[in-house]
Design a protein around this ligand. Structure first.
Ligand code: FAD
Ligand code: NDP
Length: 451
């Protein structure tokens, strides 16, 4: 008997969520096709987490050269080659693209390297051919948002920042979120004269205020010019560079302006209207707790749903969806206590409640804080300091928030995230033996609350 559909599952978008869902489904014997209009691996692999972290390592290394002197090393003047960094990064990304291809092809996923448009509840058009599928999965991610203003054609987003032909001598980075803060650190570390402009009073809105202020001080100490409560009103391109007019009337001359003012779900040219898939005012696809849209056969996961826009969340949603649809084991995503890190210089990472959100949600909390100069920075002379902070619910002694600004903060917070998930109390932290000498031992030796 002829099968009713060409595929059981048709995934649009081979990014973090789409690849994970497709290969897990194929491993269970599901017949899967995946369409990708750009490169396999999506945002994270090609223009997101991975190249960003590689650039971040490169930027951090400048400081490490300086740090070695106090430890007895003499290093001839370091010389940085941007073109070599970009080229090596590209080679590594191509290697990852091939790994993604194998991850999909080995379990039998059919890859269609083209733009896909939904043309019916069970139909997807790719490259002029219409394929039918029992279910369609939208995993198209997001794209950078750049506001309208005179001269915005002269700016670029993170997508282009990864491929700049030359490293600018002077750069303005606009935005106060993850990407702007990470790139301000990258450009500054690589030796650019860097200004980060944010429209509000303190960047990284939503993160713990102490951590934000602490990071801003550290970034200023490292040479980033932080320009808060300001914004760009217009840009003119002249023979001597870009003339940038700020809202407070200042004029700044610069080589380059990067915008990182958020991302929007990628739902344009997707054919959502063809079968009435509902979106919210931000154009995010609306789904229920099983990632199903208002059209029974169509599902969506990851950034296109604009909920928690992080790779590990898209991966978890992909696995949860496949378990729900094709196995008898459910694997729901827990959206509580999702740890995260801003790969700024230094890193900021956290899990759980900020002090501000805890004060709103719990009747009594205690705050434990420690800020110190790490042992490594004694001989190096590096002035960088580290902040660690715990938020505790007094009613049951549970640690409900952990925040850190300092080297490899994400590595430290990843471990604490398990403790918070497990419901660890402050007494359990206190009874845990530290590892000496580490910065991490501070987590278990903060005895007196600061408030
Ligand atoms: P994506 O990974 O965006 O994949 C969507 C794919 O769909 C893309 O490949 C796109 O080309 C394709 N597509 C879109 N429309 C169509 C169509 N019509 N037809 C065919 N293909 C289509 N997250 C972290 O957890 N840690 C980090 O350090 C981190 N750093 C980041 C740094 C930057 C600069 C950026 C931009 C993002 C970063 N993120 C990070 C976020 C992370 O990249 C995303 O949350 C994640 O990639 C979302 O996965 P996704 O599967 O939803 O979408
Ligand atoms: P964010 O949402 O983190 O930050 C956007 C920033 O732009 C905010 O400071 C916002 O200000 C500002 N902004 C928004 N609109 C305007 C405007 N019209 N004019 C001026 N400023 C504006 O977005 P990003 O682009 O930095 O990153 C997108 C998402 O990607 C992140 O939210 C995160 O989910 C993910 N990501 C994760 C990373 C990680 O895990 N390390 C790294 C990079 C990205 P305000 O706060 O005032 O609204």
């Amino acid at each position: 008997m002829k099968k009713k559909y060409d595929f059981d599952l048709f995934t649009i978008g081979a990014g973090s969520g789409g690849v994970r869902a497709s290969r897990f489904a194929a491993n269970l014997g599901v017949k899967v096709a995946i369409a990708e209009k750009a490169s396999l691996g999506g945002t994270c692999v090609n223009v997101g987490c991975i190249p960003k972290k590689l650039f971040s390592y490169a930027a951090h290394m400048r400081e490490e050269f300086d740090d070695t002197v106090g430890y007895g090393w003499s290093i001839k003047e370091a010389d940085f080659n941007w073109a070599r960094l970009v080229e090596n990064k590209n080679i590594e990304i191509e290697r990852l693209n091939k790994i993604y291809q194998n991850l999909l092809e080995n379990p039998g996923v059919k890859i269609l390297p083209d733009h896909a448009t939904i043309v019916g509840p069970h139909e997807v058009s790719v490259g002029g051919h219409v394929y039918s599928a029992d279910r369609i999965l939208i995993a198209t991610g997001g794209e950078p948002f750049i506001p309208q203003f005179p001269g915005n054609e002269h700016v670029y987003s993170s997508n282009e920042a990864f491929f700049l032909k030359e490293l600018p001598k002077k750069v303005l980075v606009v935005g106060g979120g993850y990407i702007a803060t990470e790139f301000a650190g990258i450009f500054n570390g690589l030796g650019c004269e860097t200004t980060q402009i944010y429209r509000g009073a303190m960047f990284l809105r939503g993160f713990d205020l102490d951590a934000r202020v602490f990071l801003s001080d550290e970034m200023r100490n490292k040479g980033v010019n932080l320009e808060f409560n300001n914004d760009i009103s217009a840009i003119e391109k002249n023979a001597d560079g870009l003339h940038v007019k700020l809202k407070d009337g200042q004029m700044i001359k610069t080589d380059s302006v990067m915008y990182a003012t958020g991302r929007k779900p990628l739902t344009s040219n997707l054919g959502l209207d063809s079968c009435g898939v509902k979106t919210d005012p931000a154009n995010a696809v609306i789904v229920d707790s099983n990632y199903q849209t208002n059209v029974e056969s169509i599902y969506a996961i990851g950034d296109v749903t604009n909920r928690v826009n992080l790779t590990p969340v898209a991966l978890a949603e992909g696995m949860a969806l496949v378990a729900h649809l094709y196995s008898d084991r459910s694997r729901p995503v827990s959206y509580e206590n999702i740890p995260c890190a801003v790969f700024s210089q230094p890193n900021l990472a956290c899990v759980g409640y900020t002090e501000e959100s805890a004060r709103q949600n719990f009747s009594e909390i205690s705050i434990f804080k420690s800020s110190f100069r790490a042992l490594k920075n004694t001989l190096s002379g590096n002035a960088e300091k580290t902040l660690m902070k715990l938020v505790v619910n007094k009613a049951n002694d549970r640690v409900i928030g952990a925040h850190m600004v300092g080297p490899d903060a994400g590595e430290s917070i990843q471990g604490l995230a398990i403790a918070l998930k497990a419901g660890a109390t402050k007494a359990m932290f206190d009874s845990t033996i530290g590892i000496h000498p580490t910065s991490g031992e501070e987590w278990v030796t903060m005895r007196e609350p600061s408030s």
